[in-house]
Design a binder for this molecule. Structure first.
Ligand SMILES: [Zn+2]
Length: 309
């Protein structure tokens, strides 16, 4: 075979193999869904009622700092040496406190327990969260918020005949649920500036900005914002992370995406803690004032009062 023919065959094989190896990515920061626990909707409606009553009676005050003791559950595989990375954990809580300070809500660590199990973070959501429910039942402490730090799968990318598929879970929590009293975080994201805040946001009543399942779709005009989507009016309708290609991260804006038949473009908040977008260039993540109001109202409600200091 001449060198030229050999090179041609090699080139054809190389190009074909690149096409066969198309990568799939599933980079979910959060495994929370809007109604996995069962009591999210009723608890959300109850919280909305409380907020309404407080507003009409004019008794909204954030002067009192609400402090929550936290129990850290550090998950380890049996037989591995004890190593809790306390420095990283305290920096995680600093990140959390910085974000929740605007609602005058604070967390501090009161105890760190090492829990031995082979479970990894991605195992928990299997079978409609059965393993997670079982784990919570076994390890949650009554009247105390637990933050469980789980190991993640070493192999974040897996090869199959269809190509390479990559995925990673940052954490999750039921939304304002009484079914469990914990938040789950991957050790990968211990010092990440979004994931821990996002998951505590769920625990204190916030939905994703692109939420549609629980209360229906929020119009881009925002006309039905108080009763649909994340039921928060200062977070514009968000089509969700599938449409991320329309985001210009330097401008921190979604550009030029609208639903068929509509004449207004989506303008979701890209750098919001409860959205699914990546960090914007030189811009910090934020909660909106109304999201902070929900966090505050949840923190002082009977749903979360039992965890107070
Ligand atoms: Zn989430």
């Amino acid at each position: 075979m001449s060198v030229r023919i050999f090179l041609l065959i090699f080139a054809v094989l190389f190009v074909t193999s690149i096409h066969a190896q198309e990568a799939k990515q599933n980079n979910n920061i959060c495994k929370s869904s809007s109604s996995a626990a069962g009591d999210e909707k009723s608890n959300t409606q109850y919280l909305q009622q409380l907020m309404k009553q407080k507003r009409t009676r004019g008794i909204v005050s954030w002067e009192k700092r609400i402090v929550f003791p936290l129990r850290i559950g550090f998950i380890q595989a049996p037989g591995t040496p004890k190593h809790t990375r306390q420095f990283a954990i305290s920096s995680t809580i600093d990140i959390l406190n910085e974000a929740f300070a605007e609602a005058n809500v604070e967390f501090y660590i009161t105890q760190i327990d090492v829990i031995y199990t082979d479970l990894k973070i991605d195992d928990l959501s299997l079978g409609a969260y059965d393993l997670y429910d079982q784990f919570s039942k076994e390890h949650d402490i009554e009247d105390m918020i637990s933050l469980y730090l789980f190991d993640y799968d070493d192999q974040l990318c897996k090869e199959s005949s269809g190509g390479v598929s990559c995925g990673r879970t940052g954490g999750f929590s039921y939304i304002l649920s009484n079914r469990t009293s914990n938040i789950v975080l991957s050790k990968f994201d211990l010092e990440d500036h979004k994931v821990v805040v996002h998951e505590f946001g769920h625990f204190f009543g916030l939905y994703h900005t692109f939420e549609r399942d629980q209360f229906g779709r929020e119009l881009v005009s925002g006309d039905n914002c108080a009763t649909t989507g994340d039921i928060i009016c200062d977070t514009p309708s968000d089509p969700g992370p599938v449409y991320e290609v329309y985001v210009n991260y330097s401008k921190c804006r979604m550009i030029g995406y609208r639903d068929a038949g509509e004449d207004v473009d989506y303008t979701p908040l890209i750098n919001n803690y409860m959205s699914y977008y990546k960090p914007c260039f030189m811009k910090e993540y934020t909660f909106t004032p109304m999201q902070l109001e929900v966090i505050r109202a949840a923190a002082e409600s009977p749903l979360r009062m039992r965890f107070w200091e």
